[in-house]
Structure formats: C-alpha cells, structure tokens
Design a protein around this ligand. Structure first.
Ligand code: NAD
Length: 441
C-alpha cells in the first residue's frame, strides 16, 4: 500500500514516519524546497524525540521518501493525507487556504480512486469544501475519477508525538463511504491490532471532536490557573488543592497543573477557531471566551510579579529566562508564553538573557539580537538580577542552587511552572515566587 502525506511539518513528518514504520510505503510532500532537500539528506527540520532515527531507518529501507512533486506522489497513492497548517485568520477563524490548495492539486492530478483524508485541524464543514475543490478540478479536466473524503484529526502531543501516534488513546475517523472505511481500517490495522481503538463516525462529528478535545484541555488549564490565582489571594496552596481535587477519579490528576498559560500551535488557535465557528452559527461559546481571556492574562503573570518585586521599575535590570519553548521536549515556540514575557520585559527597559536546551535557534527567529542567548544555563546568570523559569525542562528541576544564588546579584527566582519547593527556596535564601501559592520575599 502506498500513501502520500502532504505537508511535512510536525504532524506530517510524524504521520509519515509512523506509517512507514509499520510497513506502508509513504511519500511526504512539501512546498518548501529547502525543507525537502534537507530531509533527503537526512536532516530533520524539527526536534521531536525519536523522529530523526525513525525517519532515517525508513528512508534506508526505501519505505519513506520526500518530494515537492505532489503530482507524481498522488498518482501512485491510494490515500492522500492533508497535514498542512491551518493558522488563524485575522478574525480568529482557521485559514483554509493551504488545505484547499492541496485539495485542488489533488483534483488536478488523481486519475484513479483516491481517498483524500484531512488530518489538519479544520472547522466543521471543511471536508465538504475539500470535496468541492477536488470535484471542480476534475470537472475542469472533464474527467470522471472516483474519490472519497474523510476526516482523521490528529491528537499527537509535541514532545511525545511518536508514542502518541504509535500507541494512541483512540483514532477518530469521520467518513461517508464503505470503501473509505475499508481503506482506513487496513491502514490503521497495525495500530488496532495492538488494542488501540478506532472510533468511526460521520465527518462533521470527527471535525468537531478535535476542537472539542483541545477546547476541553485548554479549559482545564485556564480553570486551574484561575483557581491558582484565587488560592494565592486567599492563602491556599494550589499544589495541595490540585492533589485534593485530582484524586477524584471524575476529575483526574492530568492537565491540572497551574502555570503561565497554554501556548503552542494548537490550543490558542483552536479555541479561537471554535469560538469563531460558533459565532458564524449565532451561538455564543461563553465558557471558551472566558478560557481565552484567563489564558491571555496568565501569560503576563510572571512579568507582573517581576515588576512588583522591583517596585515597577526594571529599566536596566537583567532578567534571565530558563526555557523558551511552549513546553518541554520541543523547540516549538508558537504562541509560547515566553514571546509575550520577552516583549513586555524589553518594553519596560529590562535586559533579557535566555537559555533553552533546544529552542535557541527557533528563538533567534523570534527575538533576533534583542536578547542574549546562552549555551550554559549558569553562565546566563552572571550579574543578572533575577531568574524566571518559563518551561519545565527536566534539567531545571534540581539545579545547583548554591551556584544560582552566588551568580545572581540578588537571589530571586520567579517560577512559572511550580517546579521548586517554597520552604526549600526560603531555606536556601531565595526570594521565591511561583503560581497559586502565597510567598513573601
Ligand atoms: P507545520 O507548520 O509544522 O507544517 C505544515 C507544513 O505544510 C509546512 O512544512 C508547510 O511548508 C507545508 N505546506 C503548506 N502548504 C503546502 C502545500 N500547498 N503543499 C505542501 N505542503 C504545504 O504544521 P503542523 O504543526 O504540522 O500542523 C499541521 C496541522 O495539524 C494543523 O492544522 C494543526 O492544527 C494540526 N495539528 C498539529 C499538532 C501539533 O502538535 N503540531 C497536533 C495535532 C494537530
């Protein structure tokens, strides 16, 4: 069986690599010639644990290849997965121009039955647009070619993407024909054989499932952040409250860690997009509007704490940031809280020094030379006025505190991920601030 994956980003590369890993012949397509040239040399453009080794292994076996030539790839494929970006449009709705461009390209080139599967996160109703776009091109060519569309939203988490794809909690597939169902069953058989469930449904429900899942997760984060902020005001400890509520199996202990807001390429844009979809149908998604508002404010939490500590004057102060990516185990900085925090610190006249184990190259695209970058987390601290933890990379969890204290001008830590213990920090002589726990300098 041969398939094409169009869009060789986080989702496309993981999907392509994992399908080839189970023996399927996969061609990954992208319009970015430079990216494809690099991939053909074995250079993987993103950091994702385990991905590079899997790509190289399957390239060597001849099951995985990369090209910019969509025409030849789709002609030889039984299924085409669309996994291009769906960034937010100016009004917050998902911009479908890349998805529909691929659909039109498919219509221009297929000449035998093809299943066109949307893996990108797309609003309800997109599959109909994909279907129409393919059909219009076939009509222009005045040919009759059978094809089906399907929706197969992706639930992988960056940083654990390979494991998520190979061992998914569930695979959601929306379709409308028995032929499409047979093909998808065959493709996913290696995964279902291992006991991972496939949930078949209609296309609209599959499209909605992806947005509902991400919105639910974003809601958990904003909920716990809102409660954390209240804990701090009333003198409760969010870490204790979190454990207290998480032990209720109806609530669960996952995704209720307080912090400085959700980021990444999915939650912010997907919450915005579903709010937009609802308003197109004259429905007001009140809960998700609040989720978004809480998150936007939460991204400023550490900045506000730093300002307060320095009596609202940080001009000329040096702030060190440990962690820039939106979460550990990825170099992805899209919508990362660090973007907002750096912008505010620089605006207020602070000097910013940054260390991240993986995301420095990515950070340079965002900040250029407005901040300084370090390859050593301790070197960044020399002569700095405070340290802020923005990403909970494992290597930050038990640092050499004595060295940290010695290198900083005044030992102050702003912990946006609650990775340190308040009492221990006090004993070590730090002024320590975190999320949802009252601390005093
Ligand atoms: P990405 O930006 O990393 O990759 C998209 C790729 O598509 C780019 O390499 C781009 O060059 C390519 N592309 C754009 N137009 C093209 C065209 N016409 N032909 C061929 N290639 C084209 O995006 P991503 O993070 O992989 O996300 C892709 C989709 O999957 C989005 O809808 C996203 O919401 C969804 N998603 C992402 C994640 C995630 O964690 N990143 C998880 C689940 C779902």
């Amino acid at each position: 069986m041969k398939i094409t994956i169009v869009g060789s980003g986080y989702v496309g590369l993981v999907t392509g690599a994992c399908f080839s890993e189970v023996g399927i012949e996969v061609v990954c397509v992208d319009i970015d010639q430079n990216k494809i040239n690099n991939l053909n040399k074995g250079i993987v453009p993103i950091y994702e644990p385990g991905l590079e080794a899997m790509i190289l292994r399957n390239m060597q076996k001849g099951r995985l290849s990369f090209t910019t030539n969509l025409a030849s790839a789709v002609k030889e494929s039984e299924a085409v997965f669309i996994s291009v970006g769906t960034p937010p449009d100016e009004d917050g709705s998902a911009d479908l121009k890349y998805v529909l461009a691929v659909a039109r390209d498919c219509g221009k080139h297929i000449d035998d039955y093809t299943l066109i599967v949307t893996k990108s996160t797309v609003p309800v109703g997109t599959s109909i647009k994909v279907k129409n776009a393919v059909q219009e091109e076939l009509d222009k060519r005045q040919v009759k070619v059978d094809f089906d569309v399907a929706s197969n939203p992706e639930f992988l988490k960056e940083g654990a993407a390979i494991n998520d794809f190979l061992k998914p909690d569930r695979i959601v597939i929306g379709l409308e024909s028995p032929r499409a169902e047979e093909l998808m069953k065959t493709l996913y058989k290696p995964f279902t054989l291992n006991g991972h469930p496939v949930i078949f449904m209609d296309i609209v429900s599959a499209e909605m499932t992806k947005y509902a899942a991400n919105s639910m997760l974003a809601t958990k984060i904003s909920f716990i952040n809102d409660i954390a902020n209240l804990c701090e005001i009333v003198g409760a400890d969010i870490n204790k409250v979190r454990k207290g509520i998480g032990s209720d199996s109806r609530i669960g202990n996952k995704f209720i860690y307080p912090g400085i807001g959700y980021g990444g390429s999915c939650f912010p844009k997907d919450v915005q997009a579903i709010i937009r979809t609802a308003s197109e149908y004259n429905y007001d998604l009140r809960v998700l509007k609040a989720v978004e508002a809480v998150n936007n404010e939460q991204k400023l939490l550490l900045y506000n704490k730093i300002m307060q500590y320095f009596n609202n004057d940080i001009k000329g102060k040096t702030v060190v940031l440990w962690g820039l990516s939106f979460k550990p185990q990825t170099d992805d900085m899209r919508e990362a809280p660090s973007l907002k925090i750096v912008e505010k610190l620089l605006e207020a006249g602070a000097l910013v020094k940054a260390y991240d184990p993986i995301a420095i190259n990515e950070a340079k695209h965002h900040f250029g030379d407005t901040i300084s970058y370090y390859e050593d987390q301790y070197e960044a601290l020399i002569d700095a006025d405070c340290l802020a933890i923005l990403t909970e990379w494992p290597e930050f969890k038990i640092p050499k505190f004595k060295i940290v204290a010695k290198l900083l001008n005044k030992p102050a830590i702003f912990d946006g991920r609650n990775i340190y213990d308040k009492e221990e920090m006090k004993e070590l002589g730090f002024d320590y601030f975190c999320v949802g726990i009252k601390t005093s300098a």
